[in-house]
Ligand binder design. Structure first.
Ligand code: ADP
Ligand code: MG
Length: 241
C-alpha cells in the first residue's frame, strides 16, 4: 500500500510541476489530483470548478502563497481543502507519526465545523489522513491528545493559541507544519483575533505555504497578508454583473 502510494505521489509531483497555471481549468478531472481526492469529489457531486477554485487551486498545488478574495458562496472552502489534501498526500504526511501538516484557522466554531464536514466529505474515499477539530468544548488534555496525532487540524484562533502556548508540557509539535490557511480573514480580524493570529504565526515554521482567503479586501486584511504571506499571488474574483 505504502509503495503504491509513493509511486502515485511521484507521478503526481511531476504532473503538478508540468501544470500550466494560466490554463483555465473547468473540470476537476482535468487537474492532477490523487485518485482518492478525485473519488471524493465525484461522490460529493463536485464536477466543475468555481472561478476562485479555478484560479487558486493550480497555484496552491504548486506551492504558492495566495491571497484570495471572493464573495461568500463562491467556493473558497474547496479552494484550500483540495490543495491541502494533495500537497500533504504528495509529501506523504499521513498517519499518527507524520505530525501536523496543515492548520486551518476559522473565525468561529460553526464555520470550523462546516469546513471539517467538507473535508470529511471529500476525504473519505481512500485518504488516510488523521484530521480533527480544535475549537474548545472538550478538556484541553483531551484535545491535546487528539492534536498530537493529527495531520490536519481545523481550529479557532483562541483555542489553538492556548495549545501552542502550553506546548512545552505536551507532545504536540508544529515543526512539521507545511500549510497554514486563514479562512474568512476579514471576519477573523473583525472579531478581534489579530493579536492571537500574530502570536500563532510566531510559533509556526517560516518555510510553510500560507493561503489567506477573505470575502472582502480591507486594509487590515492586506496588513495581515504582509505579515503572514511570502511573495503571494493575488486572486480577486468579481462576479460579472
Ligand atoms: P465560501 O467559503 O466562498 O463562502 P463555500 O466554500 O462555503 O463558499 O461554498 C459555497 C457553496 O457552494 C457550498 O454549498 C458548496 O458546497 C458549493 N460549492 C463549492 N464549490 C462547488 C463546486 N465546484 N461545484 C458545485 N458546488 C460547489
Ligand atoms: Mg467560507
Amino acid at each position: 500500500k505504502r509503495k503504491r502510494d509513493d509511486v502515485d505521489a511521484d507521478k503526481l509531483a511531476q504532473a503538478v510541476q508540468d501544470l500550466d497555471v494560466n490554463e483555465p481549468f473547468t473540470s476537476f478531472t482535468d487537474l492532477p489530483l490523487s485518485q482518492s481526492t478525485k473519488a471524493g469529489l465525484k461522490s460529493a457531486h463536485f464536477t466543475t470548478l468555481t472561478d476562485i477554485q479555478s484560479r487558486a487551486i493550480p497555484l496552491a498545488l504548486k506551492g504558492h502563497d495566495i491571497l484570495g478574495a471572493a464573495k461568500t458562496g463562491s467556493g473558497k472552502t474547496l479552494a484550500f481543502l483540495i490543495p491541502i489534501l494533495e500537497n500533504l498526500y504528495r509529501s506523504q504526511c499521513i498517519g499518527a507519526d507524520a505530525g501536523l501538516g496543515a492548520m486551518i484557522i476559522s473565525p468561529t466554531r460553526e464555520l470550523a465545523i462546516q469546513i471539517f464536514d467538507v473535508l470529511c466529505k471529500i476525504g473519505r474515499k481512500g485518504h488516510l489522513f488523521a484530521a480533527g477539530l480544535i475549537i474548545g468544548g472538550k478538556s484541553l488534555r483531551e484535545e491535546q491528545d487528539a492534536l498530537a496525532r493529527m495531520n490536519i487540524v481545523v481550529c479557532t484562533p483562541g483555542r489553538i493559541l492556548q495549545h501552542l502556548s502550553q506546548t512545552a508540557s505536551f507532545s504536540f509539535s508544529v515543526d512539521s507544519l507545511q500549510m497554514l490557511v486563514l479562512d474568512e480573514a476579514d471576519r477573523i480580524l473583525d472579531m478581534g483575533f489579530q493579536r492571537d493570529v500574530d502570536a500563532i504565526i510566531e510559533y509556526l515554521p517560516k518555510d510553510r505555504q500560507t493561503l489567506l482567503f477573505s470575502a472582502t479586501q480591507t486594509k487590515r486584511v492586506s496588513d495581515l497578508a504582509r505579515l503572514s504571506l511570502q511573495d503571494p499571488e493575488y486572486i480577486s474574483v468579481h462576479e460579472a454583473a
